[in-house]
Ligand binder design. Structure first.
Ligand code: DGT
Ligand code: MG
Length: 536
């Protein structure tokens, strides 16, 4: 039997979050009286789930209503056929998780994987003594020395923080599993329910896998695969581990054989795949009471620093920044939130701008001054920052480079008007107020370059003679595609004009062969941008 620690990579920190009796919790939040009764959620004639009070009577998922009533005559039923509220709550949970990492993968309505490796690695640097929060799976106290013990221990703290946040913001209890991969995180999380969390360290991975009663308990092995394996006398996790690999390959095919063989040892290299990008990436920090501007600034700087890490992980470029302030009115004893937002210059995110944080902070403090009059006393109990309205830019692509200039140009035009939008969501009647985000007026040269880039993005090749078009000319030089019937090495050495002539000639003769991918076919053919998209 192989040792997973030797073959496996333990560098990641994955949390699996599963909401407890999901539909039932949503119904109990809508109607708190239901908390004190055994509650079943009905779809057609079955109970699709129930609260934990009902489970004490032996009510199980997907039990017939009649059967459930026999077990628990006082069972209260709520109709769960309209999924709207469940779906809405489900996305609220995912959105909360996205505060911690851009790598959040939804699994059904009530489960999410979240890869918090970046966050944990930041925390690792801070040092200090640590102990695990929650349950630890496994008998073994032996630990690997690659650093995963400390990382996963820190990850349990993050998991607890996330679960606390879901509880405080959405009033939902959850279970979490913590491990270095998705498979182990999911399996660990189901070990202690409800409202608990469990970590599995790599040295206990085998023990966890061998504790599974059936191959069907391995996420990734479905009914069809299970039956296929069963027919070949591979019935348990141990059978799968000890099976002759060549035999397994003949049963499932080579790729699947590798995949499930690894799973049986607790090895799962699949990444957490973000399921759709959030419409906003934001952070909020509740505080006791802040009434001094220097403290406000300090807190906002901390939030911004963390937020920029999240935005970088996300990969998109934000267009708008929003500030949220919760103010406490000492006279009325009422708190209320106010928000202000304005555009930010996308070039801050697409280039290595010096003092990027300071520039964004200036904008943030400007927004702050629109909510709070510093001359009057104030008590702030929460500060929040978020980026919204993203543009998708595949970084490091030539197409994105071209588009970058185009986007900068569009913002430059706004800056030339010295005004951007400032909207207040808490006061819908407020008319848009002009806020200057960045004062410098671009040099005519920069503006011209951007305009040239715009043309270049969407029109055919043009001559690149003027110095102001140099950047584009360089790009064009890099970019003329080599016709398939030309020798690539020779083509590379040709002057750009000749390359272009050869390419144009090839295009004229063989237009149908050039834009062949479905994506490109849909868009306007024969554009430089299309070429780049195809080649990315
Ligand atoms: P848990 O996680 O054991 O505390 O309980 P739940 O209720 O969260 O169960 P889970 O996580 O398996 O499923 C999430 C929700 O999905 C659950 O509240 C109701 C729904 N659901 C689960 N299984 C079925 C099913 O077989 N059919 C239908 N229609 N809905 C289901
Ligand atoms: Mg659940």
């Amino acid at each position: 039997m192989m040792s997973t620690s030797e073959l496996d990579d333990h560098s990641r920190c994955i949390i699996h979050i599963d909401i407890d009796c999901f539909y039932a919790q949503v119904e109990m939040n809508k109607e708190p009286k239901l908390r004190s009764v055994p509650l079943g959620i009905q779809q057609k004639n079955i109970v699709v789930t129930s609260n934990y009070k009902a489970r004490e009577f032996g009510i199980k998922k997907c039990m017939l209503i009649a059967e459930a009533r026999k077990l628990c005559p006082d069972l209260v039923l709520a109709n769960g056929e309209d999924l709207h509220d469940y779906r809405q709550t489900s996305y609220q949970v995912t959105n909360l998780l996205q505060r911690y990492s851009a790598l959040v993968e939804r699994l059904g309505l009530d489960e999410n994987f979240i890869d918090v490796t970046t966050l944990v690695n930041e925390k690792v640097k801070q040092g200090g003594d640590l102990s695990v929060v929650g349950n630890v799976f496994g008998e073994s106290s032996e630990r690997c020395d690659c650093g995963c013990t400390r990382r996963l221990t820190l990850c349990t703290l993050v998991a607890q923080e996330i679960r606390d946040l879901i509880k405080s913001e959405l009033n939902l209890t959850t279970c979490a599993g913590v491990a270095h991969n998705k498979l182990l995180a999911k399996l660990a999380g189901s070990r202690h329910k409800p409202n608990q969390q469990t970590v599995v360290f790599p040295n206990s991975a085998l023990e966890l896998m061998l504790s599974l009663s059936s191959l069907m308990s391995i996420p990734g092995i479905g009914r069809a695969m299970f039956e296929q394996l069963h027919k070949s006398d591979i019935k348990t996790v141990e059978d799968l581990q000890n099976t002759d690999f060549k035999k397994l390959e003949t049963v499932t095919g080579s790729d699947k054989a590798h995949f499930i063989y690894n799973l049986s040892y607790g090895i799962d290299k699949t990444p957490v795949k973000p399921s759709g990008k959030p419409q906003s990436i934001g952070l909020e920090d509740a505080c006791k009471s802040i009434s001094v501007e220097t403290e406000v600034k300090k807190k906002l700087e901390q939030l911004l620093h963390r937020l920029l890490v999240l935005v970088t992980e996300d990969g998109r470029v934000p267009k708008t920044i929003k500030l949220t302030v919760r103010k406490f009115d000492k006279d009325s004893k009422i708190s209320h939130r106010e928000t202000r937002q304005c555009n930010v210059n996308p070039s801050l995110f697409t280039s290595n701008q010096p003092n990027k944080d300071a520039k964004i902070m200036a904008t943030v403090m400007h927004l702050f001054s629109r909510i709070i009059d510093p001359k009057k006393p104030y008590h702030i109990t929460l500060l929040g920052l978020s980026f919204t309205k993203f543009q998708e830019l595949p970084r490091n692509s030539i197409a994105s480079f071209l588009r970058k200039d185009l986007e900068v140009q569009s913002v430059i035009s706004i800056e030339n008007q010295s005004a951007v939008e400032d909207a207040s969501s808490s006061a819908p009647s407020t008319s848009n107020v002009a806020v200057e985000v960045e004062s410098p007026t671009p040099s005519p040269k920069k503006l011209k370059l951007s305009l040239v880039s715009k043309k270049r993005c969407f029109r055919e090749y043009e001559d690149c003679e003027s110095p102001s078009k140099l950047k584009v000319a360089e790009l064009c030089l890099d970019s003329v595609p080599c016709p398939p019937d030309a020798d690539k090495d020779v083509f590379k050495e040709l002057p750009w004009e000749v390359q272009k002539e050869l390419w144009d000639d090839y295009k004229r003769k063989r237009p149908s062969e050039i834009f062949c991918s479905s994506q490109v076919k849909k868009s306007k053919p024969n554009t430089l941008l299309n070429y780049f998209i195809r080649n990315n």
